[in-house]
Design a protein around this ligand. Structure first.
Ligand code: AGP
Length: 608
């Protein structure tokens, strides 16, 4: 996935584009580039590496002009080279484009264009778009783009400029997100809100196949040549929120933002001893009551939240739940009927596999509820009902506050389903809500004292492998702890159900293997987990336990213990993930890695 920004207005474009790219670098940082138009010339600077590295090699500030496009790349087609960095151009450097997505028929188009004597400079799929527009250009850039799109198959969000029409930006999308920012005597295009929030909080979300024509004083949105009216959304994030506010990395900032994110996500949803989704949930009580099954589809961390949600819904609301990887679900022929609710969980709301999964489910007459963090995102717009997490912009590639707020929304939805299905007594419900309300403060207290975790991180610094174990609702947490560690520190980490160890993985245990065990107190499996710890210790493994405050036993059998506040077992998973997030962050830092931009990854996977 890549980042795109475009600007047209009265100010010098290049500094605005550079600053905005900095806020989009989480989307891809293999290479970056900026191009502007000034005095009838197309000016460009681009190179490989992260923006701060490129800035030392090129002078972006030398780019004059009040109109420009910029791009940060996560390579899909074509190696990470300067030639493959965006922007890309036609043969005469008259047409410049930036692109996020994958052109599936690019080779066929490239062969056709080469036969028409077009000269290619890169190995990317994107460059064919520039030459196709050149082939179709008859003096009107908007029409040339429209006619070129008819030949393109695949996903794209596109920014286009033309030397012969130097006051105009053209933007369009199919499957990859693109927003239009509306300023005063200036307008923007961007892949995501943080890139332009400093300049405007008024945005239009472009839909598939719509074409936007921007000048500094006007924005027209067209579908099949006809001008259409679009809603202007006001973004309530201030740009401060999208900044690091003093933390070294977004990941650490967002871990520490979790108490506030959870508070925001709870706000207005708990009253009269129950859950109040009245304003948001578009499903009748009758529909919810008649449900006989829920399927949850997601990817990555969101899939781990889904597994925890399955535990909550089955345990408390007594409704059968299945959790599916969205990437698998979309290619199966799932058995779905009108009494099946499909829930999609996604921080970005743009994950291609999850979007495709809900489309598959809709084709089979299921209703879709999505739990999303990004307002107005594709998954949100294509769902029958959305329950937002109010985590604010999550910039760090490793998902942290989105995950805990997803668990909160799943817990709230579980309580709602429990009351609709009358599966819980009123006093039990009241207790669940009282414990829920305490979570932000309990988490705040944990975050005020992280020195033990910094110390434990030293155990992992030189290690190559690690295990995470948990049972029940803590098994998905073990998976999440492993994912956090592997994606930011590059240590090979696996999560397992604690009981599963004896079926093979225990062969991995030796004195070089740190094993984090989530051993919070519960009536079901606590004693069994103690047994699993003994099994690991008996084979020389290093055991770091996450345990409930006041637990005296655990310290006697573990090498280190991280205590979390005493709360309900089901809620403890929301607290237990925090030490693992911090552990991953500190290990990455100690290994001199950048936790915000882990290699090979991007924040939202908008390609298959
Ligand atoms: C999480 O740390 C990862 N960055 C990744 O697994 C992510 O959760 C996954 O790509 C799903 O993204 P989404 O929640 O935006 O759909």
């Amino acid at each position: 996935m890549c980042g795109i920004i475009g600007y047209v207005g009265n100010k010098k474009a290049s500094p605005i584009l550079f600053e905005g790219l900095k806020k989009l670098e989480y989307r891809g940082y293999d290479s970056a580039g900026i191009c502007t138009i000034s005095e009838n010339k197309t000016l460009v600077e681009k190179d490989i590496g992260k923006l701060d590295e490129i800035k030392k090699k090129v002078d972006f500030n030398s780019l004059k002009g009040n109109i420009g496009l910029s791009h940060c790349r996560w390579a899909t087609h074509g190696k990470v080279t300067k030639e493959n960095a965006h922007p890309h151009f036609d043969c005469k450097n008259r047409i410049s484009i930036v692109h996020n997505g994958i052109i599936e028929n690019f080779q066929e188009l490239k062969d056709y264009l080469i036969k028409k004597d077009h000269k290619f400079r890169s190995g990317t799929d994107t460059e064919v778009i520039a030459h196709l527009i050149e082939e179709n250009y008859k003096g009107n850039i908007e029409n040339a783009v429209r006619n070129s799109l008819k030949k393109i198959e695949g996903s794209y969000s596109l920014g286009v400029m033309c030397l012969d029409e130097p006051d105009k930006l053209i933007a369009t999308r199919n499957e990859s997100p693109l927003i239009i920012g509306l300023g005063k005597d200036e307008n923007f295009i961007a892949s995501d809100v943080p890139a332009i929030l400093k300049h405007t909080n008024k945005v239009i979300y472009l839909e598939n196949h719509e074409i936007a024509v921007l000048t500094k004083n006007d924005v027209k949105i067209k579908l099949d040549k006809k001008k259409i009216k679009k809603t202007i959304h006001k973004i309530d994030w201030d740009s401060e929120l999208a900044e690091k506010t003093g933390y070294k990395h977004f990941m650490l900032k967002e871990i520490h933002e979790q108490p506030r994110a959870i508070t925001e996500t709870l706000n207005g949803r708990l009253d009269h001893g129950g859950v109040d989704f009245r304003k948001e949930l578009k499903f009748s009580e009758k529909y919810l009551k008649n449900l006989d099954r829920i399927i949850i589809v997601a990817c990555g961390t969101s899939w781990h939240a889904a597994l925890a949600g399955e535990f909550m819904l089955e345990e408390l609301a007594k409704i059968p739940v299945e959790v599916e990887y969205a990437s698998e679900f979309r290619y199966r022929r799932p058995i779905i009927d009108k009494n099946t609710l499909v829930i999609a969980i996604s921080q970005s709301g743009e994950t291609a596999d999850t979007l495709a999964a809900i489309r598959e489910a809709k084709n089979r007459n299921a209703k879709i509820l999505s739990i999303v963090n990004s307002k107005g995102s594709s998954i949100a717009r294509e769902s029958d009902s959305v329950l937002y997490t109010y985590a604010g912009p999550e910039i760090g590639v490793a998902s942290t506050k989105a995950f805990t707020t997803q668990l909160i929304v799943l817990y709230l939805f579980t309580l709602l389903m429990s009351s609709v299905r009358k599966s819980l007594k009123k006093d039990v419900m009241k207790g669940l809500i009282e414990n829920l309300r305490k979570i932000p403060l309990e988490m705040e207290a944990m975050l005020n004292d992280t020195k033990s975790i910094k110390k434990i991180a030293e155990i992992y610094k030189e290690k190559d492998h690690a295990l995470f174990l948990g049972r029940g609702v803590n098994f998905p947490l073990a998976l999440e702890g492993a994912l956090k560690l592997k994606e930011v520190s590059y240590i090979h980490a696996e999560g397992y159900p604690a009981a599963e160890m004896k079926h093979g993985p225990i062969a991995l245990i030796d004195k070089k293997m740190p094993v984090m065990v989530i051993a919070t107190k519960d009536v079901y499996t606590y004693k069994k987990v103690l047994g699993n710890i003994q099994e690991v210790k008996a084979r020389g493994g290093i055991v770091i336990a996450i345990a409930t405050e006041g637990d005296k036993q655990i310290g006697k059998i573990s090498d280190c213990v991280i205590y979390i506040p005493k709360t309900l077992y089901i809620l403890s998973s929301i607290l237990a993930v925090v030490p693992m997030q911090l552990l991953a962050y500190y290990v990455a830092r100690d290994r001199k890695l950048d936790p915000d931009k882990p290699r090979n990854l991007s924040k939202s996977v908008t390609v298959e």
